[in-house]
Design a protein around this ligand. Structure first.
Ligand SMILES: *Cc1c(COP(=O)(O)O)cnc(C)c1O
Length: 394
């Protein structure tokens, strides 16, 4: 189907707003010249408040997976022991990546329907009297399930156990959509990417590093060159990069930061919560099950929906794509075929979400998936209940 707009309703990459498309659509420049230097300083400083930090934020021309690897190779040594929580597919992939660098991962098993269990982390750390665990590594928004973990609670658990491990957090799908407060969390490494809440195309990723993480990077034993923080930071101090940066994407980043600041981060986060609440109202209206079982950690970024037994999520997604030109996120890993995901992040508003929910309700009918009518109506009611104005007039 080619008429009209495609509805890219996957939880990243999220649609790139016109303003960002225009900002990127330009000639490349000399990345050792004064125009680049100005841009370099602007984005390297401007990104810090989005991470809730005053520490350096390193920008790589890479997907989020590159930043995962950078976090590991800059802080850990072969044979190190780390603690991770199996929140879903992304936690599982990060664990596998660590294994390839000969890091021993204590992987706290979970059912992919909850956030990080801070009490389980505290218990593990309390057992580790000789402090052999060098890092706790968790995913903030588990994009494969739709659970936004409480990172402050993880920090509290580490403090309660009086454990000196580094705290590393994957915020690849939460940054720019939910509060990421590196310094307040006491996080040591924050990993992120461009193509989700920041509304950019894929191609940039980030690691923010605390003084403690930077100290670790001066003595750790994993080899690296391309990912090396020290070299990056030395160049970044002058507004430059050690190798050719993705300069056009950095112009896009500058525009994304302007958009987030114009709306105001608090308003951005509130909008995501409002959209997520409407999406969940629709799922409940259809009588379907939300994958995340803990309302305290419902994700503002995406909603995972469990298909009724005997119905294939991928067959449903195909019906929706062919009939209504819409893409949902597929079920990943353990929940492949059993789950689909509706993204409501980045450049998404009430009507784009309503269109997606209309397509969902119609596709459930066309695909013969048992459900109740009225999900769409429930989502609309969620937006208009209490006669609340959604936006204050300027
Ligand atoms: C998307 C995502 C990743 C992977 O990022 P890539 O850009 O695909 O390498 C990792 N973690 C989370 C939580 C994600 O949402």
């Amino acid at each position: 189907m080619t008429q009209g707009q495609h509805f890219l309703q996957i939880p990243g990459p999220s649609p790139v707003p016109e303003r960002i498309q225009r900002a990127i659509d330009r000639q490349v420049i000399d990345h050792r010249g004064p125009d680049f230097q100005k841009l370099g300083h602007e984005v390297l400083e401007g990104i810090k408040p989005i991470f809730g930090t005053t520490q350096p934020v390193i920008i790589y021309p890479a997907s989020g997976t590159g930043a995962w690897e950078a976090a590991i190779v800059n802080t850990l040594s072969p044979g190190d022991r780390v603690l991770m929580a199996e929140t879903g597919q992304f936690a599982t992939l990060w664990q596998k990546l660590a294994g390839k660098w000969n890091i021993n991962v204590d992987f706290l098993p979970d059912d992919w329907r909850h956030g990080v269990d801070a009490a389980a982390i505290e218990a593990k750390l309390a057992e580790d009297k000789s402090h052999t665990i060098t890092a706790v590594m968790v995913v903030h928004n588990e994009t494969s399930t739709g659970a936004l973990s409480d990172i402050a609670a993880v920090r509290k658990a580490m403090d309660a156990a009086k454990h000196p491990a580094l705290l590393m957090v994957d915020t690849i799908s939460s940054l720019g959509s939910a509060p990421v407060t590196m310094d307040a969390w006491g996080a040591d490494v924050i990993v992120s990417g461009s193509q989700k809440g920041l509304m950019l195309p894929p191609g940039l990723s980030f690691t923010a590093a605390s003084q403690k993480a930077l100290a670790a990077s001066r003595t750790n034993k994993l080899p690296r060159s391309y990912w090396d923080w020290q070299e990056m930071i030395a160049f970044n101090a002058k507004g430059f990069f050690p190798y050719t940066p993705a300069s056009t994407l950095l112009y896009g980043l500058k525009e994304a930061l302007a958009m987030l600041n114009e709306e105001g981060l608090e308003n951005v986060f509130a909008r995501h919560q409002r959209l997520a609440a409407a999406c969940r109202a629709a799922v409940k209206g259809w009588g379907l099950e939300i994958l995340c079982l803990d309302p305290k950690v419902y994700s503002p970024i995406l909603t995972g929906i469990v298909m009724p037994a005997g119905h294939d999520a991928d067959a449903f997604r195909k019906v929706a794509l062919e009939n209504f030109n819409i893409s949902y996120g597929a079920g990943l890993g353990k929940v492949a075929g059993k789950v689909f995901r509706i993204g409501h992040l980045g450049d998404c508003n009430e009507l784009t979400l309503m269109a997606a929910l209309c397509a969902t309700e119609m596709s459930l009918t066309l695909a013969g998936v048992p459900h109740k009518a009225g999900g769409v109506a429930a989502a609309m009611a969620s937006f208009t209940q209490d006669n609340k104005k959604l936006r204050l007039s300027a």
